[in-house]
Design a protein around this ligand. Structure first.
Ligand code: SF4
Length: 449
């Protein structure tokens, strides 16, 4: 029988504090997940020195490119992002572990138990998630699987068709983003198609290893921004990646995964029908902020391609092609004022689009490295209001009995429908509400008069 969970407002607030303040890690034992220990030591020393790369990179040598990128400190930080988490006791919430030597919150590791405390007062306990076995596997070129799957997590694997971001490389990257900040990506303008084919083979091998171990989640087909002269090739490049996935993972298994297009909006929205034919199930066009002026300031490269209004129109076109609830888009919570965030979220939901709010995290290598995330109070308040809006518009995405079904599953720890991520609080709050609904739905015992 599934174990039950109990999410309280206090659990959510502590998670929000961990997002906002980070944690000062005490006692770097072998229990600390691989990589987190190294990053924590570097963070304490303020050491973000990175690897030297050859003056001339051989764009045809995919093994060398992968090996160099894998060794990069910045890339290791990105790789780590998906699994630097703590599962909080009782609630089962996934909380982030962001090392911050200045934080009031101490993360103390004793045996299997991890404690988060403030000034000696224990706030909560938790445990590290079990590292999936497939993450220890090696690719056919001998490199670790993470060399092909940056920032993989239990729920999402990114499969990219571009290994660098033209925006980042021209100093017009999104201000919070460090996805392609490693020194190898900074050198690459555009990979030759043959190199992409070889790289895609390794990505597909890695996904095959994950699915052979039972991983079933979302594959985001993504990558950095393409240079304008190569943009017309995006469908072809995407096709290379998808055909490798088909070859290695197999059509049947691929049907059990969710394939999400997660890149620029196209010049011509009718391309979305081609995405569908290619096997894409849903679309995530990341508008990042709800206010158009902030978009131009925060995402200068994206805005130079098309204004905010175009990105929003593309989300709406995706609703027409893929259906309500299958058009999503990430939002970085904590950059713009709460008023524009909430107004924009409500408006997007009213059109059948589900914004995915991820709390801003200060990332090494990003222009906003060192900027503070919002406070825990801000995160909780905004998340509650967004949860209100999702509930208000839920009938646009869900069938009439879906809420009841979700409610009855909400207090089971192993329910897939109850999964949130370590960067979001909105879905935890929704989960808490569903759990209460589940309690209300339990059959009452007959009263004795
Ligand atoms: S979010 Fe912005 S900076 Fe980051 S990869 Fe995408 S376009 Fe580039």
């Amino acid at each position: 029988m599934a174990k039950t969970r109990n999410i309280t407002k206090e659990d959510i607030f502590i998670k929000a504090r961990m997002l906002s303040e980070g944690v000062c890690i005490q006692g770097l034992t072998e229990k600390v997940p691989p990589g987190l220990r190294d990053i924590s030591v570097r963070e304490t020393k303020g050491d973000l020195s990175d690897i030297e790369i050859p003056e001339k990179l051989d764009y045809n040598d995919v093994d060398e490119i992968m090996e160099l990128a894998y060794k990069s400190t910045l890339q290791r930080t990105t790789n780590l992002a998906g699994f630097s988490t703590l599962i909080l006791d009782d609630s089962g919430l996934l909380a982030p572990i962001t090392p911050n030597k200045h934080s009031r919150l101490d993360l103390i590791i004793k045996g299997e138990t991890v404690t988060v405390s403030d000034g000696g007062e224990v706030l909560i306990t938790g445990r590290f998630p079990k590292r999936p076995k497939w993450l220890d596997a090696k690719l056919s070129n001998g490199l670790p699987i993470e060399a092909a799957l940056p920032a993989a997590s239990a729920g999402i694997i990114n499969v990219v068709f571009s290994l660098s971001c033209m925006n980042y490389n021209t100093k017009r990257g999104c201000r919070y983003c460090n996805l392609f900040a490693n020194p190898v990506s900074r050198k690459i303008i555009m990979l030759p198609k043959e190199t992409l084919r070889q790289y895609s083979k390794y990505q597909a091998e890695a996904v095959q290893i994950a699915t052979d171990h039972g991983w079933r989640g979302t594959i985001a087909i993504s990558g950095g921004a393409l240079p304008p002269c190569h943009r017309p090739e995006y469908l072809e490049r995407m096709g290379i990646v998808l055909s490798m996935l088909r070859e290695y993972v197999g059509e049947e298994t691929l049907k059990e995964l969710r394939l999400v297009y997660n890149h620029y909006p196209p010049e011509d929205f009718s391309d979305m029908y081609k995405w569908k034919e290619m096997g894409i199930d849903a679309v995530s066009i990341d508008i990042e902020v709800m206010d158009s002026a902030y978009f131009a300031a925060i995402c200068p490269g994206k805005s130079a391609y098309k204004p905010h209004a175009w990105w929003k129109k593309a989300q709406e076109a995706a609703v027409d092609v893929f259906g309500p609830g299958r058009s999503t888009g990430c939002i970085v919570m904590g950059i713009e004022p709460m008023s524009t965030l909430l107004k924009g979220t409500d408006e997007r939901l009213s059109k059948g689009i589900i914004p995915i709010p991820l709390v801003f995290v200060s990332a090494p290598g990003a222009a906003y490295w060192g900027f503070r995330p919002p406070t825990a109070e801000w995160i909780v308040k905004a998340s509650e209001k967004i949860a209100d809006a999702i509930q208000k518009h839920a009938s646009k995405f869900l069938g009439p009995n879906a809420l009841k079904r979700m409610g009855s599953r909400a207090n089971k720890k192993d329910s897939k429908s109850t999964q949130s991520t370590h960067r979001t609080v909105v879905f935890d709050e929704l989960q808490r509400r569903l759990q209460m609904l589940g309690e209300l739905m339990k059959p009452r015992k007959k009263r004795k008069n």
